[in-house]
Design a protein around this ligand. Structure first.
Ligand SMILES: [Fe+2]
Length: 258
């Protein structure tokens, strides 16, 4: 994230979102890398954004806010191809869903400022990296491509405070920050078209877990198919590998086995 700034420095924006979730903090952490849920959980905003984009005409590029909403509606064959990499102690990161790359003058001006500061080759290398939710488990999540950091604070067993901070890229055109704010407003604002879907789902998961329905939670999807190198890497984005990785870290912390 720091690399993306022409001055290799970030400045936290004024104002931030604070969201209280009526669910255990681990439910939110698992959801961050869950590539199965978006298509169904966010169906209403996906449908609305597709209709809105169609109304603009086939030749028009959809505004950034609509592109974000439409991104959730990609087919499962597409989500499967996204990379997910997990590391020891619960950490993980996933490939980007929406690319910040654009032909608009603001983005092109930003690229120019990065090239002037770092050189064309380094700028290209930096901008070729596009990551969505990256998890520093158990307390932080970043969206490096859009300069966003979330801090997760457990309040009780069934209440979690999530704070969302936005950062300015020092040395970049001021308008770039608007893109970050648009991203946060569309995805993370308590009144956004996306976040309330997730909050409702988390609460229902919490209710389910506190019922007497069963003692076990399945996290088996694509178990045993992980490709292991320095970290454990799965080529299947819809794998539950990050869930298992977080549960493993939790057991290690709770038993002192880490
Ligand atoms: Fe979601």
């Amino acid at each position: 994230m720091v690399d993306r700034s022409p001055e290799a420095a970030l400045e936290v924006g004024t104002g931030y979102f604070r969201i209280i979730q009526r669910s255990n903090w681990k439910i939110f952490m698992e959801n961050l890398n869950d590539m199965m849920h978006a298509v169904v959980t966010h169906q209403s905003s996906i449908d609305a954004s597709v209709d809105q984009a169609a109304a603009l005409g086939a030749d028009a590029e959809a505004p950034f806010a609509l592109q974000i909403l439409q991104g959730n509606g990609m087919p499962y064959s597409w989500w499967k191809k996204l990379g997910i990499t997990v590391y020891r102690n619960g950490h993980s990161m996933m490939d980007g869903i929406v690319s910040p790359k654009s032909e608009d003058p603001v983005y092109l001006g930003y690229v120019k400022s990065l090239e002037q500061a770092r050189g064309v080759e380094a700028a290209e290398r930096i901008l070729s990296i596009n990551r969505h939710n990256s998890i520093v488990w158990p307390s932080m999540s970043l969206v490096p491509s859009f300069q966003q950091v979330r801090v997760i604070r457990p309040l009780s067993v069934d209440r979690t405070l999530v704070e969302v901070f936005n950062f300015k890229l020092k040395g970049a055109p001021a308008e770039m920050y608007r893109k970050t704010l648009t991203y946060s407003n569309v995805v993370n604002s308590p009144s956004s078209l996306v976040m309330p879907d997730d909050l409702e789902a988390y609460r229902r998961v919490q209710d389910g877990l506190t019922s007497d329905a069963g003692d076990w939670v399945s996290q088996h999807r694509d178990f045993g198919r992980d490709q292991v190198s320095d970290g454990a890497h799965s080529h299947v984005g819809t794998s539950e590998l990050p869930f298992r990785n977080q549960a493993r870290a939790w057991i290690e912390y709770m038993t002192g086995a880490a």
